[in-house]
Ligand binder design. Structure first.
Ligand code: G16
Length: 538
């Protein structure tokens, strides 16, 4: 029976960089998740009878919200829901299922790399029929609905059994429970040369993949161990846990420390990789070398024709504004355009749909292509394996050869986490006010607040980060994160370009020392936030 439940708006349900992310305890308030889900549906048109995909990264509260979303989808008139077994789907797998089944859209339950558990974070986002995150216009419409919502529709019905693959009905809606891995794994086989990778593994290539106790464990085991033939145990932390084992499922040098220490020491496996809470991020390390996400994008773009799915070449490259300019140099050499978008995968959707870009990447450990409309952690890992197998070189050799050919973009990101929101806003406003007077000082040639004009739909997005642009590609960029759930996180991105191969082997923080000092003094970080040092350096 369909029920209409009276409700009142909650403050603060504006989606951030990637959907609505809040503490689990916030989502657990009566009607909180329902209000947001109804506001999603209220922003959509003509979906009655259509198919919706639902799944999440398995974090604490996933099980409950999957059932809430199922009942509400039925009550709102969807004809069918495709849902991952046990409510699980990685973000890229959800994107693929939407596209493969020509679904109307999808609801993905995830707070990505944010910690989980009862005191951790939860999130809900909506992806459109192209499989990609809802564009700004849609997320703003959702937000507007959250502010005026007075009721939501649900079904009085018991939970659907999601333990087994199969079909159910919920009111008049069909529910198909699917294996979360099968379709995604099949897609990967169409893109990469699995035989070539298998041969390289047989000739001795070793790797470790850290699933970080999050969603990609089962995907990693199926593809890397069972299909490609890496030794059992290659996937570590491979069982998804609701609290990620108490860890932060963020694949970077800080949170995937054990993996990095072993591979970087030179005594571990040849290749190391990790993915995040919902499987869309990736970390790439080789014996003795860490590959920055920005370099990884550039190297992939330059080599992806080696993978069968891309042998016809690529149409263009896209990167988020704070991502280093390494990919621009590859694009220039290939005679292609490199698009610079605001932070957030949603901005790549139009470029991919219009075939302006084939590969996209972000400094925040995100890389992906036109195979789905999300960044894709395992895709990046398989692309690296394909490149390693085809070039028969080590990660370090490939990276050094890339720098020798294109030059090196030294790059680092300094995060000041959980800063007081008012202090962070004040700091950003202070920078904005200084912009005109900064030009001409400290070799700054241009200083602005980044704005993006979407070349496909003509929309303009402003206020996307303060840029201090210096001679020869050096940059300092400031922005506030749109994915945190406590206070504000100030991100400072620092970059300089070095063409001389004899200067390509410096330690990154030392190479960027002058710019790092400048980044702190120009923005008066310590004075305004009380922080002398960043919390996380990647
Ligand atoms: C999300 C977005 C990414 C973005 C990242 C960081 O990633 O999908 O496009 O680069 O957040 O955003 P911010 O700097 O605003 O925190 P994920 O993996 O968290 O979904």
């Amino acid at each position: 029976m369909i029920e209409t439940i009276a409700t009142k708006p909650f403050d603060g349900q504006r989606p951030g960089t990637s959907g609505l992310r809040k503490k689990v305890t916030v989502f657990q308030q009566p009607h909180y998740a329902e209000n947001f889900i109804q506001s999603i549906f209220n922003s959509l048109e003509s979906f009655v009878g259509k198919t919706l995909v639902i799944g999440g990264d398995g974090r604490f509260y996933n099980k409950e919200v999957v059932q809430i979303a199922l009942r509400m989808a039925a009550a709102n008139g969807f004809g069918k829901v495709i849902v991952g077994q046990n409510g699980l789907l990685s973000t890229p797998a959800a994107s693929h299922l939407i596209r493969k089944n020509q679904a109307f859209g999808g609801i993905i339950l995830s707070a990505s790399h944010n910690p989980g558990g009862p005191d951790g974070d939860f999130g809900i986002k909506y992806n459109a029929s192209n499989g990609g995150p809802a564009p700004e216009k849609l997320t703003e419409a959702m937000f507007a609905h959250t502010q005026t919502i007075a009721s939501y529709k649900t079904l009085r019905h018991a939970d659907v059994n999601l333990d087994k693959i199969g079909h159910h009905t919920l009111g008049s809606m069909q529910v198909e429970v699917v294996d979360p891995v099968t379709d995604y794994a099949a897609l990967m086989q169409t893109l990469f040369d699995f035989d070539l990778i298998r041969a390289r593994i047989k000739s001795g290539l070793t790797m470790k993949f850290d699933g970080m106790s999050a969603i990609t464990g089962p995907y990693g085991k199926h593809i890397l161990e069972d299909t490609l033939g890496f030794a059992q145990g290659t996937v570590i932390n491979g069982t998804p846990l609701p609290d990620f084992g108490g860890h932060h499922p963020d694949p970077n040098l800080v949170h995937a420390k054990e993996l990095c220490d072993s591979v970087l020491s030179g005594n571990g496996p040849d290749f190391g990789a990790a993915s995040d809470g919902d499987g869309d991020r990736n970390l790439i390390v080789g014996k003795g070398i860490y590959v920055t996400p920005s370099d990884s994008l550039a190297i992939i773009a330059a080599n992806m024709h080696l993978a069968p799915g891309y042998k016809a070449g690529i149409a263009g490259i896209a990167r988020s504004m704070p991502t280093s300019g390494a990919a621009d140099r590859v694009a220039a050499k290939m005679g292609l355009k490199c698009y610079e978008t605001p932070t957030g995968w949603k901005f790549f959707g139009n470029l991919l749909d219009a075939n302006k870009a084939t590969v996209c990447g972000e400094e925040s450990f995100g890389t992906g292509s036109n195979h789905v409309r999300e960044k894709d952690g395992l895709w990046a890992v398989l692309m690296w394996l394909n490149i390693l197998a085809a070039r028969k070189q080590s990660v370090a050799d490939i990276v050094h050869a890339h720098w020798a050919e294109y030059g090196r973009n030294y790059y680092t990101r300094h995060d000041y986490e959980e800063v007081d929101l008012a202090a962070a806003t004040n700091l950003m406003n202070g920078l904005r006010n200084q912009l005109p007077s900064l030009v001409g000082q400290h070799s700054i040639e241009k200083a602005d607040d980044f704005a993006y004009d979407d070349p496909i739909d003509g929309s303009r997005t402003t206020g996307q980060g303060i840029r201090l642009l210096m001679a020869n590609g050096a940059r300092v960029i400031y922005r506030l994160s749109g994915t945190g759930t406590a206070g504000a996180t100030l991100r400072v991105y620092i970059e300089k370009y070095e063409s001389d191969p004899s200067k390509h082997n410096q330690e990154t923080q030392s190479a960027l020392a002058n710019l790092i000092t400048l980044s702190r003094s120009v923005a008066q970080i310590e004075k305004l936030t009380g922080r002398a040092q960043p919390t996380v350096i990647t």
